[in-house]
Design a protein around this ligand. Structure first.
Ligand SMILES: [Zn+2]
Length: 157
């Protein structure tokens, strides 16, 4: 049976044993690449604004999710805002324990319409308060790699 043949009778199913090597490459897309390059090279987080919807997307999007307009108004968004929520994460994305656990924040950036999820640092969980003012801390230029992790964390101001 070839890969393009359709199976209409379950009695004709076949199986193969063994390993199937796969690799994948995740791309961040046109907007994501511009955002990450700007973050790495200039330490600025970029957003895009939809004037029709009066909505600022951070990180930047190419199209408005509300009206589907192409967005070409790119703006740097300061890394300041307020803490909308927070949690402690005990496992990484693969289920491995994090030691120590990581504090994560949902941050309402001052010049953005949505929320931004990132690590919290220089703070203990018991000191966190909803609404507290926070600011992003960038890695030094030589340590940046073009990742959202070039923002080391957000800390209370
Ligand atoms: Zn819009």
């Amino acid at each position: 049976m070839g890969l393009t043949e359709r199976i209409s009778n379950g009695d004709h199913l076949e199986t193969w044993q063994g390993n199937f090597p796969l690799e994948h490459l995740y791309t961040v897309g046109i907007a994501g690449e511009r955002v990450l390059r700007e973050l790495k090279d200039h330490g600025r987080l970029l957003g895009t604004r939809c004037g029709r919807c009066e909505y600022t997307y951070v990180p930047a999007r190419l199209y408005c999710e509300r009206c589907l307009a192409r967005l070409d108004e790119w703006i740097p968004v300061p890394l300041g805002g307020s803490l909308a929520s927070f949690t402690t994460v005990f496992q990484d994305v693969d289920g491995r324990p994090l030691d120590p656990p990581t504090l994560m924040g949902l941050i309402a950036l001052d010049e953005s319409s949505g929320y931004f999820v990132h690590r919290l640092g220089e703070v203990e969980e018991r000191s966190l308060r909803i609404g507290m003012t926070v600011e992003g801390v960038m890695k030094p230029v030589g340590e940046r790699v073009g990742s959202i992790d070039d923002i080391r964390y957000f800390r209370p101001v």
